[in-house]
Design a protein around this ligand. Structure first.
Ligand SMILES: O=C(O)CCC(=O)C(=O)O
Length: 223
């Protein structure tokens, strides 16, 4: 795949999960979404609803409302902690993430046939050295990715059920979004639609936190 400026570190793994792996993941998600149901997030300031419904699993979950984008340890409607990230997703992160610390959040996006997601950057995390690892399940979509500036040229690719995308390196901060869903292109989700999972590391791992003491003699720290 030809890469544009701002896209090095974008890796696409077509059909990385086979049908039975997708079905097992979906079963795990069913249990997660029973405990932490999908809900309607709202845009900062305007309160305009997203067309995508969301939930999370992991120690932290990405939320958005009039107060802004942020990570929270609990579901905004039930007030309960998010369910744990399934083991299969931790294994996937280890396999493709190329990053030594575990993800802390997994955002679950559900796209009904008319839902979409505008171009945006994922920048509410503390450590951009960690990738975002994304899994597509269900109906195919048209995914768009550009560069580091909103106005940069974009390219589109179709993502199908079982595809995995890694936004690492420069592409970690690339603008991206979903222009449309292709209804009826998968039989994985009984009711149709698309689920996208994005795993993220939210906090800076302890070993990479800059020390707040001067270096000891003979010890060097990058400035
Ligand atoms: O649905 C997708 O493939 C992308 C999701 C996304 O951009 C996000 O959750 O930040």
């Amino acid at each position: 795949m030809g890469l544009q400026a701002g896209q090095s570190g974008l890796r696409v793994y077509p059909a990385h999960l086979d049908r039975s792996e997708q079905a097992r993941l979906l079963a795990a998600l069913d249990a997660i979404l029973t405990a932490a149901p999908l809900y309607v997030s709202r845009m900062p300031k305007s309160g305009r609803p997203f067309t995508v419904r969301m939930s999370n699993c992991g120690r932290l979950g990405w939320v958005s409302d009039e107060a802004g984008y942020r990570y929270e340890p609990t579901h905004p409607e039930s007030g309960r902690p998010w369910p744990a990230i399934p083991a299969a997703l931790f294994a996937l992160w280890d396999e493709v993430g190329d990053y030594p610390h575990a993800p802390e959040a997994c955002l679950i996006n559900f796209y009904a046939p008319t839902a979409k997601m505008g171009l945006h950057q994922d920048r509410d995390e503390k450590d951009f050295a960690a990738p975002v690892v994304s899994v597509s399940l269900g109906d195919s979509c048209l995914f768009r990715i550009g560069g580091l500036k909103r106005g940069d040229q974009t390219r589109s690719l179709r993502l199908n059920s079982g595809d995995v995308v890694v936004l690492g390196g420069e592409a970690r901060l690339a603008f991206h979004g979903v222009d449309r869903i292709y209804p009826g292109t998968s039989t994985l989700l009984p009711q149709g639609g698309r689920i996208n999972l994005t795993m993220r590391r939210v906090t800076r791992p302890a070993s990479t936190v800059a020390p707040n003491r001067p270096p000891a003699e003979g010890e060097h720290h990058a400035q």
